[in-house]
Design a protein around this ligand. Structure first.
Ligand SMILES: [Mg+2]
Ligand SMILES: [Zn+2]
Length: 199
């Protein structure tokens, strides 16, 4: 997109989604395609977000790369499979942004302190730039407080789901809900009430 288009195009709302424990089953360091198991109702939930006018963007820490358990190529294959699985359930994603780094890793080039490992906002800033996103109308959904980017500024909602890590500290969340299905209900009720019948 040219700079001129970026200036003139309207900013859009997005839902920023965590991956593990939010879209797919929480498994420590999934590295094989069979480890990627979408949670119940995820495909339809993503479809409802699109109908309500939200971009769907995944922001995920994947330190398995830094830890030498997975290459970026392998991660790309996992993500192709994820997108394929979601599409068979009517869902989709506009983008997946990941941080492959970790300071304790062993893989050269990845084992350093970076600016994109959540809760740092490198991935968020990149996604916002590349997709012309209006943060104040956007939503965060995850199973950890670091997924909520609490320091990033006002948003339209920050939701924690109970399908992943056990939630010890929920401060800063606007709601804690059982799964992404109820999280999307929360979003639709507030921001696209005309879509309620479509669920
Ligand atoms: Mg998670
Ligand atoms: Zn990083």
């Amino acid at each position: 997109m040219s700079a001129r288009n970026a200036e003139t195009s309207e900013l859009r709302p997005a839902v920023f989604l965590d991956r593990d424990g939010t879209l797919i089953e929480e498994r420590s360091y999934p590295t094989r395609p069979e480890d990627i198991v979408p949670l119940p109702g995820v495909g339809e939930a993503l479809q409802r977000l699109a109908s309500a006018g939200f971009l769907r963007i995944v922001l995920t820490n994947q330190s398995a790369v830094a830890r030498g358990m997975l290459t970026e190529k392998g991660l790309a294959i996992l993500h192709e499979g994820l997108v394929q699985q979601l599409s068979t359930h009517g869902g989709g994603l506009e983008a997946i942004y990941y941080c492959p780094h970790h300071p304790d890793g062993i893989a050269a080039g990845y084992n350093h302190v970076c600016s994109c490992r959540k809760p740092k906002r490198g991935l968020l800033d990149l996604a916002m730039r590349e997709h012309s996103i209006d943060l104040s109308r956007s939503i965060f959904i995850g199973d950890s407080r670091r997924d909520l980017f609490l320091d990033a500024g006002p948003s339209a909602g920050r939701l924690l789901v109970e399908t992943g890590h056990s939630l010890e500290d929920c401060s800063g969340a606007d709601a804690v809900v059982p799964s992404i299905v109820e999280a999307v209900d929360w979003v639709i009720e507030r921001f696209a009430p005309g879509q309620l019948d479509r669920g």
